[in-house]
Write a protein that binds this ligand. Sequence first.
Ligand SMILES: Cc1cc2nc3c(=O)[nH]c(=O)nc-3n(C[C@H](O)[C@H](O)[C@H](O)COP(=O)(O)OP(=O)(O)OC[C@H]3O[C@@H](n4cnc5c(N)ncnc54)[C@H](O)[C@@H]3O)c2cc1C
Length: 467
Amino acid sequence: MTRIAIIGGGISGLAAAFALEPHRLSGTLDYTLYEASPHLGGVLRTERIQDCIVEAGPDSFITEKPWASELCRALGLTDQLIGSNDAARKTYILVDGRLVPMPDGLMFMVPTKILPTAFSPLFSWTTKLRMARELLHPPQPASADESVASFVERHYGAEMVDRLADPLLSGIYGGEAASLSVRAVLPRFAEMERTRRSLGRAMLAAKKKSPVHAAAPPLFTSLKNGMQQLVETVVPKLNPLSLLTNTPVQSIHPEANNKRWQVAVPSRTDHFDSIILALPAPAAASVLSIASPELSGELASIPYGSSITVALAYGHKVRHSLPPGFGFLVPRSEGKRLLAATFVHNKFPHRAPENLALLRCFFAGSNAENLWQLSDDALVATVRNELQQILGLRATPLFARVYKWKSAMAQYGVGHLERLDRIDRLRRQLPGLALAGNAYRGIGVPDCIRSGQDAAQQLLSLSAGSA
Ligand SMILES: Cc1cc2nc3c(=O)[nH]c(=O)nc-3n(C[C@H](O)[C@H](O)[C@H](O)COP(=O)(O)OP(=O)(O)OC[C@H]3O[C@@H](n4cnc5c(N)ncnc54)[C@H](O)[C@@H]3O)c2cc1C
């Protein structure tokens, strides 16, 4: 019987285990999942506080990427899926201390409706003229990968980088547009430039082609009881004897004949035919450091950023005083430490009672690092001070919770795709090793799920080939 080790019990590792489970039940293989911490699910963690559903890590996933919804359906969670309340979707950007709504028709940073953008105070006239000029005289396509900042600046100028591209991407990757790779992070835009040169023209053409939906699907999907519901549903469907929590893997080594693997944990060494390494890249680099210093070096060079989320709940007066919409983003140039805040009660109304306001505030990148040593109370005070400046919010929260995530978000730097090619080449030299997680081809929950499923499939094909 084939024996597979899954290392890492976040959603990537759990998705891999769920894909292997039917094969375990049919008796063709066995797997063991090693998780260093006492909990499964990694950064997916939800708390229920005063009837609020408080997300410590991710709060939802992009509906357009199907793998998370598909997994939920396979787990019997179809009736638990909820969509974001897009009727109330409005996002503000802080500009010169004022919250300015993003104009209607803006697809990331590309305008698809002329009037709302032309009249929006979000952009100066210089940027608006750049947008018009981009349609007629787009820049030359780049011949190599470049940063998102440089790509966006070539098309729309520096103000667009500061006010939109940088805060939008920092909210997802915790990194800066100046260091993220456009080909890895915005492949659709890089492709638009390659094929049509003008992003504006490409977006308008795509819009014309897309069917007019009576009801477009919601932008974000989540679960009624929070993202941890996914973990709590998948875990009981796995073999409990296969799940080893509090078991950090120290190292993995191929055995002398290169056909089997050793997995070293503090008290013993276990033996397997193949391995799914479903770890953040720095941890994967560490367990591989002796087996393949070269692969380990490539993995170690994928930068990771830290983030801090702070949940704050307020009474009905605050709820009615907040602007309508999903929340706001803060460009770096505003000199604040907060990167974003979500008005959870508007985005997912089921997550707070009707008389409460629930805010989820987010620090990332260097701001998160600089605030890391602060106590929870000091962090809450920092958030409250900035919310007072931005929203005029002086009320005392009913409760506050701080969640810190050290080096949890992969940053796909310029040249990331080339690095992935090198990683793949080195991985192939280690038969029976598959990689999954947020370091590779997508940081969001759906991409992580897909990565775990693909890794399982890769090893299943391998064992079918050698059978
Ligand atoms: C604050 C925050 C907000 C986010 N928001 C969203 C969002 O709204 N939507 C979205 O789609 N994505 C979001 N993401 C991204 C997404 O949640 C993550 O990329 C994804 O969940 C990562 O899953 P994973 O299993 O690959 O890694 P992780 O969840 O990091 O799991 C890895 C696991 O490996 C374990 N481990 C580490 N070392 C070892 C070892 N040596 N041996 C054994 N186990 C080990 C860890 O304890 C951990 O449990 C967010 C991320 C963060 C941090």
